[in-house]
Ligand binder design. Structure first.
Ligand SMILES: NC(=O)CC[C@H](N)C(=O)O
Length: 379
């Protein structure tokens, strides 16, 4: 057993958990959320949608397959902190290059282990997500409670600017294959502009798999410039924070929906921003949907998809305009999981069909986007 420093996790309601430090030492704060993914911790910690959040995994043993260079969803960790029950001090996997613990240390991510994550998650589930602080340097509970209460609440927070790319770039790699890694594609049929609100790499890889070359642009790119690029489609990405706070993106999407005649596809934050641009409202869920095992029903086919999700806000169905119809809904709580425009080639989902980690049930959505693009090509 490694010799570990004491660490404390304190929630804004005064609840605290004494545990041990893992990853970097120091102090961090954010909204404390939980994910029910059983593994995929490296994809989780690098998901830009976790910006501003401290993540706890409900699965009790984390780190046992180590980390590698490939399983990242962005250029490095984005979560503010990490909470686990037991951090495995040994790792074993043929792809592993280092331990999860060293990876977090190297990137300065503060973690806490050896706390009762079941108790923590039950608390968050009944009281709702809360702001919290993890510290290895200040072990005074009252001081940490006041720190937790002083961080900005997630509602009203625009975090897109912190994760969106600064310069446009193109992406050419498909999804991972045994023996090949991420294959580079040369023959693209179409190109789409991806508005980067906090893109996950596996979305780009899935677009490449169906023959679409993604051209990723910063979130603040004016819509006129996007139209000048004359793309075959537009993709609206996922991302962190409160969708209603990203007002410039809502305006951009409003403009695009009014003027662009080709297909638009949005995922997660992109879905919420589209609904807001069409005049609907979003609201904060009590504890969100996070995990790789979230059941969603496709209304058109009647099929149930097991999906990967990571969101704390949702579209309010009662505020939807006539032009939008619900295509998918959550079987856990009945909330909106997919939308489609009744007359334009525009569709969005709240969940993550790129599912990294997660089951591949919803990958058909990338093929549908490609078919739609092919229908509209040259029109
Ligand atoms: N993954 C996402 O795009 C998350 C969207 C938004 N930040 C939410 O929490 O609901």
């Amino acid at each position: 057993m490694l010799k570990r420093k004491k660490a404390i996790l304190v929630l804004e309601d005064g609840t605290y958990f004494e545990g041990l430090s893992f990853g970097a030492e120091g102090e961090t704060s954010g909204e404390v959320v939980f994910t029910t993914s059983m593994t995929g911790y490296q994809e989780v910690v690098t998901d830009p949608s976790f910006k501003g959040q401290i993540v706890t995994m409900t699965y009790p043993l984390i780190g046992n397959v180590g980390v590698n260079r490939e399983d990242v969803e962005s250029d490095g960790p984005k979560a503010e902190g990490f909470i686990v029950k037991e951090i495995s001090e040994i790792y074993s996997n043929w792809r592993a290059e280092d331990s999860f613990e060293n990876y977090l240390k190297k990137h300065g991510v503060v973690g806490i282990c050896e706390i009762d994550t079941r108790e923590l998650v039950k608390k968050l589930r009944s009281a709702g997500t809360m702001r919290g602080v993890i510290s290895t340097v200040d072990l005074d509970v009252d001081s940490l409670i006041s720190k937790a209460r002083s961080i900005p609440p997630m509602e009203g927070l625009n975090l897109v600017d912190e994760v969106s790319c600064k310069e446009p770039y193109e992406w050419e790699y498909g999804t991972w294959r045994l023996g090949e890694g991420y294959p580079k594609r040369e023959d693209f049929k179409y190109s789409v502009v991806v508005l980067d609100f906090g893109i996950r790499y596996n979305i780009l890889r899935n677009l490449v798999d169906v023959g679409i070359k993604p051209i990723v642009v910063p979130a603040k790119t004016p819509p006129e410039d996007i139209l000048k690029m004359n793309p075959d489609g537009i993709f609206l990405s996922c991302g962190p924070g409160d969708p209603a706070a990203v007002t410039y993106a809502i305006e951009t999407i409003k403009y695009l929906i009014a003027t662009y005649r080709k297909p638009i596809f949005g995922i997660c934050l992109g879905h919420q921003l589209t609904a807001l641009a069409m005049g609907a409202s979003t609201y904060k869920l009590k504890f969100g949907h996070r995990g790789a095992n979230q059941p969603v029903k496709n209304k058109r086919t009647g099929k149930v998809e097991i999906t990967a999700q990571n969101h704390g806000f949702a579209v309010d169905e009662s505020t939807l305009p006539d032009d939008l119809e619900v295509t998918h809904y959550s079987l856990n709580d009945g909330t909106v999981e997919g939308l489609k425009h009744k007359s334009k080639p525009l569709f969005t989902v709240q969940y993550h069909p790129e599912s990294s980690p997660g089951p591949h049930d919803s990958r058909y959505l990338f093929r549908e986007f490609e078919r739609l693009i092919s229908d509209y090509k040259g029109r």
